[in-house]
Write a new protein. Sequence first.
Lengths: 311, 394, 100
Amino acid sequence: MAYNLKEEMNKEERFNSGHRLCAGCGAGIVCRAMMRAVDENDKAVICNATGCLEVSSFQYPYTAWNDSYIHTAFENASSTASGVCAAVEVMKRKGKIDPDQNYKILVIGGDGGTYDIGFQSLSGALERGHDFTYFCYDNNAYMNTGTQRSSATPRFAAATTTPAGADSVGKKQDQKDLTQIVVAHGVHYAAQTTLFGNMKDFHEKAHRAIYTQGPTFVNVLTPCPRGWGYPAEDLIDICKAAIDTCIWPLYEVVDGEYRLTYEPKKKLPVEEFMSKQSRFAHCFKKGNEWTIEAAQQYVDKKWEDLLAKCK
Amino acid sequence: MSIRERLSGNEAIATAMRQIGPDVFAMFPITPSTEIPQYFAQYVADGKVDTEFICVESEHSSLSACLGAEAAGCRAVTATSSAGLSFMNEVLYVAASSRLPVVLAVACRALTGPININHDYSDSMAERDSGFIQIYAENNQEVYDNYLQAHRIAEHPDVRLPLMVCEDGFITSHAIENIELEEDEAVKKFVGEYHPENYLLKTENPLAVGPYGISAYYMEARVAQAHAMMNAKKVILDVAADFEKTFGRKYGLIEEYKMEDAELAMVIMGSSAGTAKAAIDELRKEGIKAGLVKVRVFRPFPGEEIAKAIENCKAVAVMDKSEGFSACGGPLYAETAGACFNMKKRPLMVDIVFGLGGRDFTVEAAKSVYGRLAKIAETGETGDIYTHMGQRER
Amino acid sequence: MGLKAEEINEHIAWQDLTTGCEIYEPGTSRLTKTGEWRSRTPEWIKEKCKQCLLCAPFCPDASIPVKDGKRDEFDYEHCKGCGICIKACPFQAIRWKEES
């Protein structure tokens, strides 16, 4: 069914107001959109890794979620979900729950809980083939503890553990390409998206992921105004710059087949993304021009690799 | 009708699991508990149980998966040992504070290092404050019986706490002994079904588990959890009473062996109690009034019961099969001594750390402990309170 | 079944907390009025609004209610004033309110 924003927005809200995410936090937009992608009669169980979202969306006694929700710890959202998936199987089989009821197991964590500390449990759950969809709200650092670098932090970004200084131009390493690592597990569906336009790209990928049998993965670039250093109202501009510079390419992989879902009319230089955020401010200082060149080279290479895969 | 069998502790646990038929078993191998999921995998393969058996990629994940399954409305179980239990540490606390009554079989084994696969309680004792109920067994029969009682205790509405069924690695887990098994139907009837009021998959209302708790609630939540552990004492005894009525074997929080008139006593746990009983039998023939208190339940700690049992003794040795590195005694000693502090009458008490990493504990060694206690009783002097036994020394 | 979320507050006794701090109701966060956090306030200019709804999905706080395919006035009890909706609107139908 074709995407219709009006119909989507008519749906009952399943991620409610009153959560304690910062003003302008992208994660709130992600959660609302994620829940709209679950069909109205299907019951969801959200398994959440420790992080900003967890402390903000379920602070006793206030849950932002309409659906069932479980948080256990930081690194084990996927293994917790594995148990929930097993429960669905066995309780249906034993007639303890309605076998005709659709349950959708959604796991959500930040990049810290996904790329780093939760990587093992994610990999294990993908390999085992449980029927769940993992949403990573990738905000490029450990934001809940105050913007420490993660393996999702891009090269040259300043974080509180990779600050810029006389002898430092921010993080030394490139971002881990988690989406491709997930693809290497042989999942039936994986995609990258972000927050822009009428949210069609997000919705279609999320819906497809949720309604594909087996483990699926949606990696969402999710700006953090405080950690990235930009005015909160600029979120959509930042996301747009990320996709138009090809820093965050939008694509999906269906049974190993790569498909580009967005190609910028004109690929913009990386400065368009970097100059909007104070975490890259040092890159624009005299003598650091090379960082922008290096960032550009990296993005160009990754983009070409991706285009080759999409052919 | 009981069935006479010959089983190892691990097979006894796996058998109990098969009879109960948990909904989810999440496993990860580690010596010496590995056989439990191995036996169970065969039951699954042979269609003898209808359990979702998942092989996860770590102990951290096996317990995490149990939490997800238990919260979803299932009976979830797993098994581990040593480093595996340590790796679960964080999740153990989450299980307890989320009040998810997972049952965890622990084949107790030394912690590294040096790395060692043999028995002591350094793994389970390190988790004594995790909020799990801990029940220990002297032999394979007790392992089996404890497992049959575990779910009912853990799931009781006044308790709702996870539970460790502890056996001694290799000594109990692998040694084959005569055992009385109960019939499958009788076990199923005794254990009953699990019907939590709220669960993640319930369609009538959602369930949210595991919130962030600000200071205004954290203290109250912990007090509630502390009371659940206190409540567990009565529930353990109630379940034991029903177990005795149903199957004829009697259990308490502690077991007193020849304590009626004992002057010299050990406080001891697990299979070592069997060895010490043999020593006591020999010493009694010589007219020595020796006895022991076996601590079956370590959490909740039966402090009053132990203190009452030893109040008329002259000298007591607390036998710690784990080293707590407190520089003043092991955990069993600290808690036993603490429990006796406010007693009007209390014996002289020493701590003996023994049997680490599978170091043998013999009848002779047990007799030597009573020899030392006799000297303490005679002189009124304890000497060094915290000592080790069985190690080579210059 | 323990208390309802609205009955749980910082004055209740430990005996009255829900077991394991579970919650058995949907969306209790709405009881938290995050509108108090706001330092700036977005204002909806109805006459300029084309009801394209492009603002609605971008509100991190679900504070642009949509009913029968049309947006309604802001939920100021929960709007934190991030301003994303202002930039999302292609018709300048949302602006910062002049604070007096």
